[in-house]
Design a protein. Sequence first.
Length: 195
Amino acid sequence: MKIKDIQFVKSVFIDDSKVLLEEKKEVIFIWRSNVGKSSIMNALFNKKDLVKTSSKPWKTITANLFLMNSKYLFTDLPGYGFAKLWKEVLDKLDWLISWYLEERRTHIKKVVLLIDTKIGLQQKDLDMFAFVQGLKLPVLIVLSKIDRLSKTEVMKSKMHTEKELFWQQVMAVSSHKRVWIKELFNELADSLQEK
């Protein structure tokens, strides 16, 4: 699959009471704060700043939808596990994430769960993985920022993650050096083309 066109189409806010979502196959990106999500998505799309980056890791508080080739949705959900937000806002973000995943479950072809390779799995990641599995959604674990570690450290982190998540598929990537970015895109494209 080649990207002929990709564009931002809409944001879904915490307090939206009615949302009209298109009947399209979809890939979801879900992440804990500061994992390099925007950089990975931009690398996948081969765009510099389509997905906005921010110095504040809690900046994304909406579900942001991007339409590829007028056919497939790539959705950037809000992050989870923020420590610097009020509990009321955290609860609303958690609600938006869970509502969106449940609402779109028949259209979602892959959930990409992003983990910082150096930090590794946290309890919030395990909780989110369990929630996604409970919805019977296909999930792909992606370890980010591998350029900041040695090959040995990356391998240890990957093996630990696979073991902790019951040998779930794990890919380790670097958006900065574009390591395994093409392979990740191909994996997602294959998922979208499945019936």
